[in-house]
Design a protein around this ligand. Structure first.
Ligand SMILES: [Zn+2]
Length: 164
């Protein structure tokens, strides 16, 4: 579901209106309220999981058959992005992350997110979290191709760095 900015004030329910010169803010139209709503992007972590020379891609529940992506997830309070990505790899795939390298941070405007992506070599047997995931596939690094939205930019940079 793409990001839809809020239309109503969370404090009084009044209609929100744009603020001149502040694209990241909305002002409540009720003069007695005046609450500012911030449209700040939500951070999301993503992991390029490498196991035995292959990248593990996952398919979310309800996704089309051909769609596979990186392991992703939201941060818990007080959790570092690195720890959150390690946790997601453990929860979604049952793998233990052995090493972690930051690839970069990428805006994902359609979802109003900023994606913080890591390369995470991992070990163990894959045990899929079937409450969230419908499947996985393992792609040799040399056959991995970036996609042109969301986490694809992280895959592009990972491959460029790998080819050196
Ligand atoms: Zn209000």
């Amino acid at each position: 579901m793409p990001y839809i900015p809020p239309a109503h004030c969370g404090r009084c329910g009044g209609a929100l209106q744009p603020v001149a010169g502040k694209p990241g803010q909305r002002l409540c139209s009720d003069p007695g309220c005046g609450e500012i709503t911030y449209l700040s992007p939500v951070p999301v972590v993503a992991a390029i999981v490498e196991r035995q020379g292959k990248i593990v891609l996952v398919r979310g529940q309800g996704w089309p058959e051909s769609w596979y992506g990186l392991v992703t997830g939201f941060l818990e309070p007080e959790e570092s992005p690195d720890a959150a990505a390690r946790r997601e790899v453990a929860e979604e795939l049952g793998l233990t992350v052995e090493q972690s390298t930051l690839i970069g941070a990428y805006p994902f405007a359609r979802m109003n997110q900023v994606i913080i992506a890591y390369h995470m070599p991992a070990s163990g047997e894959i045990v899929l979290d079937t409450t969230e995931l419908a499947g996985f596939k393992e792609v040799p690094v040399e056959k991995l191709r970036p996609w042109d939205f969301g986490t694809g930019a992280a895959v592009r940079d990972f491959l460029a760095r790998r080819r050196g």
